[in-house]
Design a protein around this ligand. Structure first.
Ligand code: UDP
Length: 259
């Protein structure tokens, strides 16, 4: 990977309703996060999409989580479109699934320790086994299923902290995982913490990733919807986001929270 990417400079971003999306490409993002791991700087990575932006505009708490994250990458195609539309484009989409694998590849070279948190017990076990096979030099220092409530938080945080890991991937429901990381960021003692949603289900072979054709046509969301039709309700956020951005064009980047 190129050594020329400056890691100490502030990350260049584009603001979409006050949420700062990184303008680094995938290589730069991996290099930036690798540096954060090596320097053990707590960094919450959010792989942002229009549904999250719309949720944030409806919920002050979620807005604070999105704006409080150290790095928000443009995962959703709609975000990439919006950045171009307002005249401040990002160089490319940075899909969370690929970012996760690229970080694991980097960790493979550096002997990083990883904790996996989320999804059902049998699936997390399969995901851990699959990643151990794919990345033999990574140390899966711990894993735990994602079905626990606030009463268990302290115990879960203690377990992760004691595992002394470099990367934490959290695969819980979209409205839970980012707030959970934000709430426990300092206590976890992990440099890079990232919500990965259904990625562990894909790694375990329970869900399929969209075929390349769907990815190229930017229809990954549609493929996911076809596999899990129950997700249709949240998909209304996508057209609403597009209409809103078109309507607000000049003001999307200027938006500041009112609260
Ligand atoms: N999940 C979890 N704990 C929960 C709810 C969900 O670990 O309390 C996992 C679920 O098994 C799946 C992932 O989180 O692996 C994403 O779940 P879902 O698709 O329901 O969330 P969404 O992304 O739709 O919000």
């Amino acid at each position: 990977m190129s050594q020329s990417v400056p890691v100490n400079k502030p990350v260049s971003t584009v603001s979409i309703y006050g949420i700062r999306f990184s303008k680094m490409n995938m290589d730069e993002t991996v290099r930036y996060l690798t540096d954060r791991v090596e320097r053990r700087i707590p960094t919450q990575v959010i792989t942002g999409n229009p549904i999250m932006v719309m949720t944030a505009l409806d919920s002050t708490r979620y807005y604070e989580v999105m704006t409080g994250a150290e790095l928000v990458v443009p995962d959703g195609t709609g975000v990439v479109w919006a950045a171009s539309y307002i005249g401040d484009p990002v160089p490319e989409r940075v899909p969370g699934f690929d970012l996760m694998h690229n970080l694991l590849r980097e960790g493979e070279l550096r002997g990083w320790r990883v904790f996996l948190l989320g999804t059902a017990q049998d699936i997390i076990e399969k995901a851990a086994a699959s990643l151990t096979e794919q990345y033999p030099d990574i140390i899966i220092a711990g894993y735990r299923n994602g079905y626990f409530g606030p009463d268990d938080d302290a115990e879960v945080v203690r377990q992760i902290r004691e595992a002394q890991v470099d990367l934490l991937f959290v695969a819980r429901a979209a409205d839970t995982q980012e707030p959970w990381i934000a709430q426990h960021k300092e206590a976890l003692g992990v440099p890079v913490m990232m919500g990965v949603g259904g990625s562990l289900d894909i790694i375990a072979g329970v869900l399929k990733r969209a075929p390349v054709l769907f990815q190229k046509l930017r229809l990954e969301w549609l493929y996911r919807l076809l596999q899990q039709p129950s997700r249709y309700r949240r998909m209304f956020a996508l057209p609403k986001f597009v209409v809103k951005v078109m309507r607000d064009k000049e003001n999307v980047a200027k938006h500041r929270p009112t609260t």
